[in-house]
Design a binder for this molecule. Sequence first.
Ligand SMILES: Nc1ncnc2c1ncn2[C@@H]1O[C@H](COP(=O)(O)OP(=O)(O)OP(=O)(O)O)[C@@H](O)[C@H]1O
Ligand SMILES: [Mg+2]
Length: 340
Amino acid sequence: MTTDTTTTDTAPAAPGSGTPLLDARGVTMRFGGLTAVRGVDLTVNSGEIVGLIGPNGAGKTTFFNCLTGLYVPTEGEVRFRDKVLPPKSFKVTAAGIARTFQNIRLFANMTVLENVLVGRHTRTKEGFWSAVLRGPGFHRAEATSRERAMELLEFVGLGHKADHLSRNLPYGEQRKLEIARALASEPGLLLLDEPTAGMNPQETRATEELVFAIRDRGIAVLVIEHDMRFIFNLCDRVAVLVQGQKLIEGDSATVQGDERVVAAYLGEPLENDPGAAEAAEVEAAEAHAAEAEAADAEAQAAGAQATDAEAAEAQATDAEAAGAQAENPTDTAAGKENDR
Ligand SMILES: Nc1ncnc2c1ncn2[C@@H]1O[C@H](COP(=O)(O)OP(=O)(O)OP(=O)(O)O)[C@@H](O)[C@H]1O
Ligand SMILES: [Mg+2]
């Protein structure tokens, strides 16, 4: 397989996109003898939604971990707003990068609202003594935090579940709650690791709208996802990781049309309209179902004829009745065949 990590494959930034926010250069992550991420360059500009795709084990989550201080890259550098990122998660969050996790990480026994309040922690100035003494400053800060957390819950569509325990939320809503919690840290860049995993098609469409709305609030988004329709609908640019290396980066059409991506990941070309393949599948399934239904109806009708015929045959006492039965012998035979 040919890999090409040169910048010639990189499409220009989407029109209207702003200044560079994230600038990862030559990021490599090794675990003993395994190189999970190898020399990856990636930028995200303000106002952009960038996708990161690739087969299972390609290194996508590891790359996210390198961007968020969970791992210190073996080689390379990550800059955010022109500053090298500190190698600690909470400092990265404070710098303005928030994330969600592929394996949901919520406080299961806290309420939905409390989970979002935890996310605001990096933005509240109130320290330990303020919390212990619970003076007016603390109460003011707490009220502001709750108001902001509620606003975020409304934004993701979970306002009505603020008092529920997070462990009681359906899976799709837990993913939304993770997004609300990440937004609570008031990031400039949001990293989403498979935000639609386990969601039904309606939830996935709603998440698509949510990501657009997040971008419209001035937050850039870098998203990992296996749902190609979601990715190609949403992203200004898409980067493809294969075996830890960036194979190509470009707009949706460029990436979908790249033979190496098709060979390494997509398997078969998607139609220009990302929804077309899915629509065709649904259409074929519906046609198949209709055919099966028609065959069923036919069989039933034939069966009914056979039953009628048998009943009539049993009742027939003279040659005339037997003759009437013989009028449609083929159908009767077919019906019996189907009954077996
Ligand atoms: N902490 C670790 N120690 C050792 N190996 C690791 C570690 N984290 C990830 N890996 C390995 O690095 C490779 C990349 O894994 P990663 O989870 O980043 O892939 P991914 O692209 O996110 O895959 P998926 O689509 O399945 O989530 C895999 O071979 C994985 O086993
Ligand atoms: Mg992953």
